[in-house]
Design a binder for this molecule. Structure first.
Ligand SMILES: Cc1cc2nc3c(=O)[nH]c(=O)nc-3n(C[C@H](O)[C@H](O)[C@H](O)COP(=O)(O)OP(=O)(O)OC[C@H]3O[C@@H](n4cnc5c(N)ncnc54)[C@H](O)[C@@H]3O)c2cc1C
Length: 487
């Protein structure tokens, strides 16, 4: 069956019982669906908005080895992340992109993530060197992947507008990037088209009740307001920052939020030439990234306890944007920074009242909600395979794993400019139901064009039946902070 919404909804008319229901179509739920269905479990994933519309399209896109957890002495988390990179490079095809990152060492500006004692000038570069050596060791890295020492003149050659004043030296180390939203829909396409699973967006779980050996699940199709009733023996709630629905709400994991904003700059104005840079110190004592992304540049992220917008649609506010621009200017010789777009996401962190969000571990946690019913929260994009695998192994008495993904080239070939052919492919194989699904999460049309790609809307909406679609799409782009105010 194609990964198309109408085809899957049609099947739901004659089928209402499943071995496994996964609530939430972010990276964790989607990976769990792919793994469960590859082992023959009759599985369905339902997502209340679009797939990947939560944190899983709003991340910094790094499949990182967790270098920032080294100073927190979380060696387990670092080792796990580094090992994960080795596994993912074999499974994700073109969706795994190795990336070299520069760590510049400045006088009087030691890396924020290092303990205070290692931030002093005399020891900061030695401390960083030891950290990177440990990083290479924990990741059992080959010679060509190990970090490099880069002197000041070499740094200038590679990054001509990175500020040189007070620069002592730099290190270059290996990490990786992905395209979070495209990874999610590729996992789902594999699950549906290869393993016969079901994954439907705009289907909100409204209530769950236990009846004998099965759960009865009330679902609302939010696009036509139609109710469905389904039955499932097992449930995995991969609901990100959201509480469980209905009567189970009170049993939800207790989490706290952390907002993170990014800017997209057109092309390569910071002359990073395909490499990433780790900016050592923000004014709130964090690190920040400048990264290449499909021919453009992304800058981020902030880490704030509050965020603007809603949990479903957060946006980068003016303060977030000014903060990001200020820090780019702190480290680059550039007068004006023009950005094309911005986004914001909300992380789910363990609620630990004693710690501020930036120091809370990004480790994931499971909660047993009921018999054969668990909730997963927290974690990192980098850990998605492990998190999904562990959750399935908690429910079922067998081993699970991710299979090598198909369709990775196809999803990356979808153009970021309007293409009628690509739009049709997205209807047939990427389950789009709204123009914004195509513009924001199957392609980067809204991120890479001014005004969220507003000028293309008329060409896109013709293919959708909903009469109010233009107004609704503009409202969505506005909620995401993508429409410039004077237009
Ligand atoms: C700003 C930011 C930067 C980050 N950068 C990185 C990074 O560079 N590298 C990294 O490894 N990690 C990063 N992360 C973390 C990573 O993005 C998240 O850990 C990951 O995306 C979480 O995926 P998830 O599937 O658990 O949640 P989500 O992607 O949030 O998915 C949960 C889904 O559940 C759905 N849902 C909730 N309730 C219901 C219901 N009742 N019915 C149906 N559906 C429901 C929601 O709509 C949502 O789509 C970042 C996170 C943020 C916010």
């Amino acid at each position: 069956m194609n990964f198309s919404r109408p085809e899957q909804l049609q099947e739901l008319e004659s089928k209402s019982e499943f071995d496994l229901l996964i609530i939430g179509g972010g990276i964790v739920g989607s990976a769990a669906l792919q793994m469960a269905s590859s082992k023959g479990l009759d599985s369905i994933l339902l997502e209340k908005n679009d797939f990947a519309s939560g944190a899983s399209s709003r991340s910094t896109k790094l499949l990182h080895g967790g270098i920032r957890y080294l100073p927190q002495l979380q060696f387990g988390l670092v080792k796990e992340s580094l090992l994960e990179q080795k596994i993912l490079v074999k499974l994700l095809g073109d969706l795994y992109k190795p990336l070299k990152l520069l760590a510049p060492i400045y006088k009087d500006d030691g890396f924020s993530d290092l303990p205070k004692i290692f931030q002093f000038n005399a020891v900061s570069s030695i401390a960083f060197k030891i950290g990177l050596t440990l990083y290479d060791f924990l990741g059992s890295r080959d010679k060509n992947q190990k970090h490099l020492n880069i002197d000041k003149s070499e740094t200038k050659k590679l990054f001509p507008i990175l500020k040189q004043e007070k620069l002592k030296k730099s290190f270059m180390f290996q990490d990786a990037q992905t395209d979070d939203a495209k990874l999610v829909v590729t996992l789902l396409r594999n699950a549906v088209e290869i393993n016969n699973a079901k994954a439907i967006n705009y289907m909100e779980i409204k209530d769950i009740t236990k009846s004998s050996s099965k759960y009865k699940i009330k679902v609302l199709n939010t696009l036509n307001n139609r109710d469905h009733t389904l039955y499932a023996t097992n449930i995995i709630a991969a609901t990100g920052v959201h509480n469980l629905p209905g009567e189970y709400k009170e049993k939800s994991s207790k989490i706290k939020y952390s907002g993170g904003a990014h800017l997209v700059l057109r092309g390569d104005p910071l002359k990073i030439n395909g490499h990433g840079i780790l900016l050592p110190r923000t004014e709130d004592n964090r690190i920040m990234f400048v990264l290449p992304w499909f021919g453009n540049t992304i800058v981020g992220t902030t880490d704030t306890e509050s965020f603007s917008g809603t949990l479903d649609r957060p946006f980068a506010n003016n303060q977030d944007k000014e903060y990001l621009i200020r820090h780019v200017k702190k480290y680059f010789d550039i007068e004006d920074i023009e950005y094309i777009s911005s986004w914001s996401g909300v992380r789910a962190l363990i609620d630990n009242k004693l710690t501020s969000t930036k120091n809370v571990s990004r480790g994931h946690f499971f909660k047993n909600i009921d018999d054969k019913f668990i909730q997963i929260s927290g974690g990192k994009l980098t850990g998605f395979r492990l998190i999904a695998k562990e959750s399935l192994e908690l429910l079922f008495d067998k081993k699970f794993d991710l299979e090598r993904l198909s369709f990775t080239e196809e999803v990356l070939e979808l153009s970021n400019q309007f293409s009628e052919t690509d739009l049709e492919i997205c209807f047939q194989h990427y389950c789009i139901a709204k123009p914004s699904d195509y513009m924001l999460r199957r392609t980067h049309l809204s991120w890479f064009n001014e005004n969220g790609g507003k000028n293309e809307i008329r060409k896109i909406i013709g293919k959708f039946e909903n009469k109010n679609i233009e107004k609704e799409t503009l409202k969505e782009l506005d909620d995401e902070g993508l429409l410039y105010k004077n237009n």
